[in-house]
Every structure is written in C-alpha cells, then in structure tokens.
Design a protein around this ligand. Structure first.
Ligand SMILES: Cc1cc2nc3c(=O)[nH]c(=O)nc-3n(C[C@H](O)[C@H](O)[C@H](O)COP(=O)(O)O)c2cc1C
Length: 310
C-alpha cells in the first residue's frame, strides 16, 4: 500500500505568510486580472504587479520587445496606470483575487519614490511593496538608483520611514558587487530582497543595420539569465545578508524553482515564462509539490539554502 504524505509548501518570509513560494514577476503578469481566465490565481503564492509610478506613463516607442536566444529583450519604459488609476481601476480586483498582492513601484526622482511608496502602502488590499531601483537617476547622470550602495541605502531609508507594509527591494544585476547592494538594503531597514531585474543588452537587425528595439538597449530576461540570477542569489545568501530573498530569472519549471530555493531564495517569481505559457504559475505549484516530494522531504523549508558546496 502506498502512503501519500502531505507536503508543506507554505512559508512565512519577508514580513508575509504565503501558501506557497510561487509568485509572478512584475511586468509579466499585468495587474492580475489579465490572467484570471488563464491560470488559477488563488492557487499561487502571490503576484507582483506591474511597476506603479506617481503619474501614469505611456512607455517607450515601439518596437520595444524582441526575442533573443533563450530569452527576450524589453524596453517597455515602465508603462503603467499611475497611483490613482491603480487605486480606482486595478486594486478592487486585486483585493478579491485570492492571493497575496505585492505592488511594485518606482519613481523618476528620490521624492517620487518616497511619495509613491507612502501612498501605495496606505491602501487596503496591498500586502507588501517591492521597490524597483533599476531606474535612471537623472541627478546622477542617469546611472541606475540601485547601482551605488550609498544612494541605494539613502533611498531605502527614506522609503522605510513612510512605508508601513513589508518593503522588498528589487536589485539590479547591472553591478559588479551584488552583496554590497544587498547589505545596504539590510542596513537601511528593508524586509526582503528580490534578485534580480533584467540585464542590459541589445540586439541588431543586420538587414536594416538598426537596433531591434527602438531604444537601442533593453533588459534581457528568460532562461538565458538564470545562471547569473542563481549566482547572485547564492552570493547574497552565502554572505549572510540578513534578508530573505525572492529569486527571479529564467524560471521555466519546478526544477528551476528548486535550484533557486537551494541557492538560498525563500520565494521565487516567474517572469518571461508567463508569455510562453500563461498557465505556468498555477501549474508550477503542483509540479513543485511533486518535485519536493521527490527530494524526500515533506516541508519546503528543508530545501531553502540546502545547497551543498565543497
Ligand atoms: C516585459 C517585461 C516587463 C517588465 N516590467 C518590470 C517592471 O515594471 N518592474 C520591475 O521591477 N521589473 C520588471 N520586469 C522584470 C521582471 O519582473 C523580472 O525581474 C525579469 O524579467 C527576470 O525574470 P524572468 O527571466 O523570469 O523574466 C519586466 C520584465 C519583462 C520581460
């Protein structure tokens, strides 16, 4: 007689409890409602919304996405409905969608970040905030806010003062020292890290001799970036930075999720794969349960950070 053991996938991390560690990544899952008929939202651990800014944005000129080997480039330009549009048109659905709602946000200036974080954090139905620091800091010559540990620490500290909900910081991989950035966030009072955003890249159409996206450069995502994301998650985990990590980058299946958990992530986010298979988030929860069972453990927490080295 076979004994079916139940597997615990639930996890409390980054200031929130989740029914499982499978979340969807910002910008690849709209505002949730777009996927209502495509995957079972109530079965996933949570969703992260498209990045919200104080005012609506219409984004960059097209073409703004293109396919690359094992990935895609995007330069959407952070198109979004703005705070008021989010509150009035998106939040009512999200509040009853049956899963955790993490709102990704950003600003063009330091003050934008602070006011945006304060407004979103005050809204019922928002469980946590994820701050996207991969935006150009015009005052610093357009260098991303999140690439200088000192600037990043100041930004997180300022937002921390006004954000009353859990505050996760989504790190940029466009750096030579991910651990320094992670430590700056921990010192400034963040509740969690999301690692990682897209990697700057480009593609050229040799026939027209033009860049394949209108802004020349864009963010690379998809399976091509998974080894880099895993490396960064593990570097931060191994350095003992005292913040939980949400692992992001190229996840396609339950084995990929296990890799991120073993490397030290306690949740994961599915991004580009949503465009290939819009049902993947819901489906992966079941597949993760089977994969955990196959590891011979009954609780997902036994897998987190269990990588053997040396
Ligand atoms: C079309 C597109 C739009 C994105 N928009 C955002 C965004 O608004 N804010 C953000 O923090 N990340 C954004 N991202 C980055 C993803 O959330 C994720 O970090 C990245 O794509 C790596 O994961 P993946 O390889 O699974 O796609 C976007 C990615 C894509 C492909």
């Amino acid at each position: 007689m076979s004994v079916v053991t139940s597997i615990n996938l639930s996890i409390t991390t980054g200031g929130l409890s989740f029914q499982n560690p499978v979340l969807t990544a910002s910008g690849t899952f709209g505002y949730g409602s777009e996927f209502e008929s495509l995957t079972d939202l109530s079965s996933i651990g949570g969703l992260v919304t498209k990045g919200i800014s104080p005012k609506p944005r219409f984004g960059n000129a097209t073409p703004r996405i293109c396919e690359t080997a094992s990935g895609m480039l995007n330069s959407i330009g952070l198109e979004n409905v703005g705070i008021e549009g989010f509150r009035n048109d998106k939040l009512p659905y999200l509040s009853r969608c049956g899963t955790r709602v993490i709102v990704n946000f950003f600003g063009v200036t330091f003050d934008d970040y602070v006011s945006c974080g304060a407004s979103l954090s005050a809204m019922d139905g928002v469980d946590a905030l994820e701050m996207n620091v991969s935006c150009p800091n015009i005052k610093a010559g357009g260098i991303e806010f999140g690439t200088d540990p000192r600037v990043l620490g100041d930004l997180v500290r300022a937002c921390r003062k006004v954000v009353t909900k859990p505050l996760w910081i989504k790190l940029t991989p466009n750096t030579s020292d991910i651990v320094a950035l992670a430590k700056a966030c921990a010192d400034a009072g963040a509740d969690g890290l999301s690692i990682m955003n897209t990697i700057t890249g480009m593609a050229i159409d040799v026939r027209t001799r033009r860049p394949r996206i209108a802004t020349t450069f864009g963010g690379l995502s998809g399976p091509a970036i998974k080894p880099i994301a895993l490396r960064m998650v593990h570097q931060v985990h191994r350095a003992g930075v005292p913040l939980p990590i949400s692992g992001i980058g190229g996840i396609q299946d339950a084995t990929d999720i296990l890799e991120f958990l073993l490397a030290g992530a306690s949740t994961v986010q599915i991004g580009t794969q949503n465009f290939i298979d819009p049902n993947c988030a819901g489906r992966l929860v079941g597949e993760l349960r089977d994969a955990v069972r196959a590891q011979g453990v009954t609780d997902i927490r036994e897998v987190i950070g269990a990588l053997k080295t040396g």
